[in-house]
Design a protein around this ligand. Sequence first.
Ligand code: ACO
Length: 273
Amino acid sequence: MADAELGRPEPATTAGPPTEAELAEGGLRLEVDGAVATVTLARPERRNAMTFATWRSLAAIGRTLPPEVRVVVLRGDGPSFSAGIDLSMFSGGEGGFPFGADDETGDRFIAGLQEGYTWLRNPEIVTVAAVHGHAIGGGFQLALACDIRIAAEDAKFCMKEPALGLVPDLTGTKPLVEIVGVNRAMELCLTARTVDAAEAARLGFVERVVPSDGLDAAVEALTAELLAVNAEAAVATKRLLLEAPQNTLDEQRAAERREQLVRLRALAAAFSG
Ligand code: ACO
């Protein structure tokens, strides 16, 4: 079966950032203002449900961010952050899922979708999910792919996939388990229950909860705090923190020394210059 017939996520048509048409097809807006890029899920009439085009465009944004961008904010238009996958993807919308594909083709297909999420872990940027209203399924996983989640009091999180006969496959199971532990992750996923902002903060997958009419201002304040920190130290620290869960203590100590020697030399050069 040809790739086009499968509706496989294709790489961006050019090496450059996604075009306005590609962003619009993905239901996204991208605004880059110096060191801050804001990605807005912009299909409020579908509660920002996401299609293959959304994930293609997100991946293209990640591949082509200008190097001066240090903070990426993900937010949603309208009443919800995101209602997850556009359910028409299961019934032939935009090509639909390649139900008949062999294992290798199916694996590559899903890997292409996951690319829309993986770049949010890049150490060169800090990613912030600004969540209000519902964050369901792939929307919840998008928030989990970010480094920091800031939630309005009305935010509601639900890992709905198992209730629909699916598994969460958009990179969300690892951060969820790392944050809440295996057993709490089981309880959340296997009941597909909805968690409000206050509980999400208690469980540790929301870092800040703010009044519903104060989300934009809170994101702006958080962004300013993040930008006030030394840029190179922020990149090195994110790299270090991301390594920590997999490393032994000795490996992590070695990684700390390696990163710190680079920092100390850079600071010494800056002071002597
Ligand atoms: N896919 C496609 N269309 C959607 C989706 C979706 N995931 N979610 C909402 N819409 C559409 C609705 O069909 C409706 O369309 P209509 O105006 O033509 O009737 C419109 O968006 C508004 O939806 P409402 O349900 O009326 O909005 P409300 O604010 O009351 O509820 C909510 C929002 C809770 C998000 C609800 O729409 C919902 O439960 N959606 C489905 C969520 C879901 O199951 N997602 C898949 C998770 S699994 C995964 O992501 C892999």
